[in-house]
Design a protein around this ligand. Structure first.
Ligand SMILES: [Zn+2]
Length: 75
Protein backbone atom coordinates (compact mmCIF):
# COMPACT_ATOMS: atom_id res chain seq x y z
CA UNK A 1 0.00 0.00 0.00
CA UNK A 2 2.71 2.43 1.03
CA UNK A 3 4.86 1.49 -1.93
CA UNK A 4 1.96 2.08 -4.28
CA UNK A 5 1.34 5.62 -2.96
CA UNK A 6 5.02 6.52 -3.32
CA UNK A 7 4.98 5.21 -6.85
CA UNK A 8 1.97 7.32 -7.81
CA UNK A 9 3.59 10.44 -6.41
CA UNK A 10 6.71 9.82 -8.41
CA UNK A 11 4.80 9.23 -11.61
CA UNK A 12 2.73 12.36 -11.10
CA UNK A 13 5.82 14.51 -10.61
CA UNK A 14 7.51 13.07 -13.68
CA UNK A 15 4.36 13.57 -15.70
CA UNK A 16 4.08 17.22 -14.70
CA UNK A 17 7.54 17.94 -16.05
CA UNK A 18 6.47 16.77 -19.47
CA UNK A 19 3.19 18.60 -19.73
CA UNK A 20 1.85 22.08 -19.19
CA UNK A 21 -1.32 23.06 -17.39
CA UNK A 22 -4.00 24.94 -19.25
CA UNK A 23 -7.63 25.82 -18.78
CA UNK A 24 -10.30 24.36 -20.97
CA UNK A 25 -13.97 24.96 -21.30
CA UNK A 26 -16.43 23.02 -23.43
CA UNK A 27 -19.47 24.87 -24.71
CA UNK A 28 -22.58 23.41 -23.10
CA UNK A 29 -24.60 24.17 -26.23
CA UNK A 30 -22.48 22.72 -29.01
CA UNK A 31 -19.38 21.13 -27.47
CA UNK A 32 -17.01 23.74 -28.92
CA UNK A 33 -13.80 23.74 -26.88
CA UNK A 34 -11.77 26.74 -25.86
CA UNK A 35 -8.33 26.49 -24.28
CA UNK A 36 -6.20 29.22 -22.76
CA UNK A 37 -3.35 29.59 -20.32
CA UNK A 38 -5.04 32.29 -18.28
CA UNK A 39 -8.53 32.83 -16.91
CA UNK A 40 -8.83 36.19 -18.67
CA UNK A 41 -8.01 34.69 -22.06
CA UNK A 42 -10.34 31.76 -21.51
CA UNK A 43 -13.23 34.02 -20.54
CA UNK A 44 -12.60 36.30 -23.49
CA UNK A 45 -12.41 33.50 -26.06
CA UNK A 46 -15.41 31.64 -24.70
CA UNK A 47 -17.45 34.81 -24.50
CA UNK A 48 -16.72 35.56 -28.15
CA UNK A 49 -17.82 32.06 -29.16
CA UNK A 50 -21.04 32.12 -27.14
CA UNK A 51 -21.90 35.59 -28.38
CA UNK A 52 -21.24 34.75 -32.03
CA UNK A 53 -22.68 31.23 -32.05
CA UNK A 54 -25.49 31.41 -29.47
CA UNK A 55 -26.21 35.11 -29.01
CA UNK A 56 -25.67 34.92 -25.27
CA UNK A 57 -23.35 36.76 -22.91
CA UNK A 58 -22.42 34.71 -19.86
CA UNK A 59 -20.63 36.47 -17.01
CA UNK A 60 -16.98 35.69 -16.26
CA UNK A 61 -18.12 33.93 -13.07
CA UNK A 62 -20.43 31.63 -15.01
CA UNK A 63 -17.70 30.89 -17.52
CA UNK A 64 -15.03 30.12 -14.93
CA UNK A 65 -17.45 27.89 -13.05
CA UNK A 66 -17.53 25.65 -16.14
CA UNK A 67 -13.81 25.77 -16.81
CA UNK A 68 -11.53 22.92 -15.89
CA UNK A 69 -7.78 22.58 -15.70
CA UNK A 70 -6.26 20.16 -18.16
CA UNK A 71 -2.77 18.90 -18.83
CA UNK A 72 -1.37 19.22 -22.32
CA UNK A 73 1.85 18.02 -23.83
CA UNK A 74 4.28 20.86 -24.32
CA UNK A 75 6.48 19.00 -26.78
ZN1 LIG B 1 -21.20 26.74 -28.64
Amino acid sequence: MEAKITNVKFETRAFCELVGMTKEIACSQCGFRVRADSDDELVEHYKQHVKAAHHMEPSPDQILAMAKTVQVATA
